[in-house]
Design a protein around this ligand. Structure first.
Ligand SMILES: Cc1cc2nc3c(=O)[nH]c(=O)nc-3n(C[C@H](O)[C@H](O)[C@H](O)COP(=O)(O)O)c2cc1C
Length: 504
């Protein structure tokens, strides 16, 4: 008898014991004389259900989770049907059923290193279409789709590509930003671990569009599984002639600095220099890597391109709201009941996502706020939960959507301490180039301490300091640090009342 089972091997599933489950499944199958084919996939993104085992029955993938090793024997005894951990068809689980999976369509479904499975699930259709198009046509299709950079700034991808297409240069480059430094974000990692060929395909299309023959992926060293899986995928793509001299990709590993996610610091790091920001202009599109015209895009921006080319710009932009078109992988973490990756059309409200889909906090206490867009994103109190998740909409509410990481806090969170942490984070991570960022963050910590000690002069000083940091920093590190500080002060003034220990 033979049996096929699917089990994730992405970092989150491994951290929750997926390899132990795999070993137990293998041993149990052997003991029963069953020939087991265990397909190791990426994650579906429902982290609270990991390790999530799947089996195909009647054409549908049925799930079991979160599994413990002690469940394995009874799973076989139940013949993978009526079991306490049975979840039914995975795609019917409400968290999954309510998603629009375009970029993550294959993630958690196929073996990430199976090129045949990639093709069988729609992979390569975008690149094949692009090969029959002129560079200008590819750029026009991406522009028409409305795709905007998913790395944070939301700059239109097609316009960036067009600048590089028009730029003169003997060599052009595609650089993929996989630094993913924002707290609570994991979409880039999940994509690289779960569907690496999708990123390779997106980069190859970008190369065709702008006339680049070399690509680089800059990934943080804290992602060993992504590095391994993506590195293996590169080798396989070369063997399959998907990558060749006409377009090849090199994987570079950063040493772990938040500011190296900023595109110009990233380029310096890739060139072997200190990771400090460069003044713009020149734009990387004109003078980027080694002073050559360079496209720098986030993993998700590039991984969204294959489906745009395969299905057409009109299909992609039929999702979304206003100027935020297509889908966005919302990453929900922190104190949340059902956390994970939720790919949705732009426009869902924060409240719908956090309360209806993610089930509120893990602690069961009321939600106090969410922080959107990483450690330098604003806090949104529940009174702003009717804000739709879109670039302009989050901006109008005083924040940013950024890389779409959302961290949930319950009513016990101390927002005064969180605001101080934002300043501390900036002080630690500042590259030192801009004085308002380098010095301002240190003075910011001191000034918050003075507020917490009851100094009546300190709030006005902090307001001035925030303004100076915002206006006087080259990059968003110093420029965005005021977001969490000001939103914490505005919505949670009670968390800034003098504290006994600070006053003593
Ligand atoms: C301090 C700082 C850190 C950043 N970190 C990242 C990062 O980890 N990943 C990323 O894609 N973009 C990051 N960015 C944004 C990049 O500078 C850049 O906008 C992005 O790579 C462009 O790609 P996109 O247009 O596809 O979003 C960061 C920006 C700043 C100011």
């Amino acid at each position: 008898m033979s049996l096929t089972l699917y089990l994730p091997k992405d970092a989150a599933a491994l951290a929750l014991g997926a390899d132990d489950i795999a070993a137990a499944l293998t041993a149990e199958a052997a003991a029963r004389g069953i020939e087991l084919r265990l397909v190791r996939t990426g994650s579906r993104g429902m982290v609270w259900l990991e390790p999530l085992l799947e089996i195909e029955q009647d054409g549908l993938r049925h799930g079991f989770g979160p599994l413990e090793v002690s469940d394995v024997k009874s799973l076989f005894e139940s013949d993978f049907t009526d079991h306490a951990k049975a979840l039914g068809p995975v795609e019917d689980i409400p968290f999954f059923a309510r998603q629009t999976r375009l970029t993550f369509a294959r993630c958690g479904v196929i073996d990430p290193l199976d090129l045949n499975a990639y093709r069988a699930h729609g992979g390569m259709a975008g690149l094949e279409r692009a090969r029959g198009m002129a560079p200008e046509q590819i750029v026009a299709e991406v522009t028409e789709s409305g795709l905007r950079g998913r790395g944070g700034a939301g700059f239109p991808t097609g316009i960036k590509w067009n600048t590089v297409l028009q730029a003169e240069g003997p060599q052009k480059y595609i650089v993929c930003n996989a630094d993913e430094g924002d707290s609570g974000t994991f979409a880039d990692r999940m994509l690289m671990e779960g569907d690496p060929f999708c990123l390779i395909e997106g980069m190859a299309i970008a190369g065709l569009a702008v006339g680049a023959t070399r690509g680089f992926v800059y990934c943080r060293s804290e992602y060993p599984h992504a590095i391994r899986t993506f590195g293996d995928a590169l080798e396989m793509a070369r063997e399959a002639c998907l990558l060749s001299e006409s377009f090849d990709i090199e994987l570079r590993v950063g040493a772990g600095s938040y500011v190296c996610g900023e595109e110009t610091a990233l380029l310096n790091s890739m060139e072997g220099k200190r990771g400090t920001v460069r003044a713009k202009p020149p734009l990387p599109a004109h003078k980027g890597f080694m002073a050559r015209p360079t496209v720098i895009n986030n993993v998700i921006s590039l991984a969204s391109v294959p489906v745009i080319l395969a299905e057409g710009a009109a299909h992609y932009k039929s999702f979304g709201l206003g100027r935020s078109l297509g889908t966005v992988p919302l990453q929900v973490a922190g104190n949340v009941k059902h956390g994970g990756l939720f790919e949705a059309a732009f426009g869902m409200t924060i409240g719908e996502l956090i309360h209806d889909i993610c089930g509120g906090t893990a602690s069961g206490r009321p939600v106090k706020a969410v922080q959107i867009g990483g450690p330098l994103g604003a806090y949104f109190p529940v009174t702003l939960f009717d804000t739709p998740l879109g670039y302009e909409e989050c901006d109008a509410a005083g924040g940013l959507i950024g890389h779409a990481g959302i961290v949930v806090f319950d009513d016990t969170a101390d927002m005064g301490a969180m605001a101080r942490f934002a300043m501390e984070f900036c002080a630690v991570e500042s590259c030192g180039t801009c004085t308002p960022c380098r010095i301002g963050a240190v003075r910011g910590m001191e000034t918050i301490d003075r507020i917490l000690a009851g100094d009546p002069a300190a709030p006005a000083i902090l307001a001035d300091l925030c303004e100076t940091m915002r206006d006087g920093s080259l990059c968003a590190l110093g420029g965005f640090t005021p977001y969490p500080v000001e939103s914490a002060l505005k919505y949670f003034p009670e968390d800034f009342t003098p504290r006994q220990e600070a006053a003593e």
